[in-house]
Design a protein around this ligand. Sequence first.
Ligand code: ZN
Length: 164
Amino acid sequence: MSYFDNFMLANQAYVALHGTAHLPIKPKTKVAIVTCMDSRLHVAQALGLALGDAHILRNAGGRVTDDMIRSLVISQQQLGTREIVVLHHTDCGAQTFTNPAFHEQLYRDLGVDVSDMDFLPFINIENSVREDMQKLKDSPLIPEDVVINGAIYDVDTGRMTEVK
Ligand SMILES: [Zn+2]
């Protein structure tokens, strides 16, 4: 038995809560949130978002990668979002390793040479938020008039602090 069985069971209860309602495919707030996969960050609850309100794009670290930009272009040009929030958080898994050490670990444990792969670790959270906001501003695929904000979420208190 895997944890998946629990999900199927929990979903039965959720269906009753959800009811049947077809919301528009375009997010109501016109916002896309770029954030980390961290399990302690419940983005919808923390930001007061309901179903249909915003796109939530997640990866390790909440980093602006090529694939994150791919999703944002679809979010904006197909689904009407006009604002982006880069939301990183305290105690992030992307702060727990360096590229060289991780490359070495993967070679040792998996026998795969990924020495040219950047896993985008970071030390300072404010810097990583600023770096990713800048990457969005520099991208020709993100229009100039798109509003970009950045913040840090504290996993211990749930508090979000703006990064200027
Ligand atoms: Zn994280």
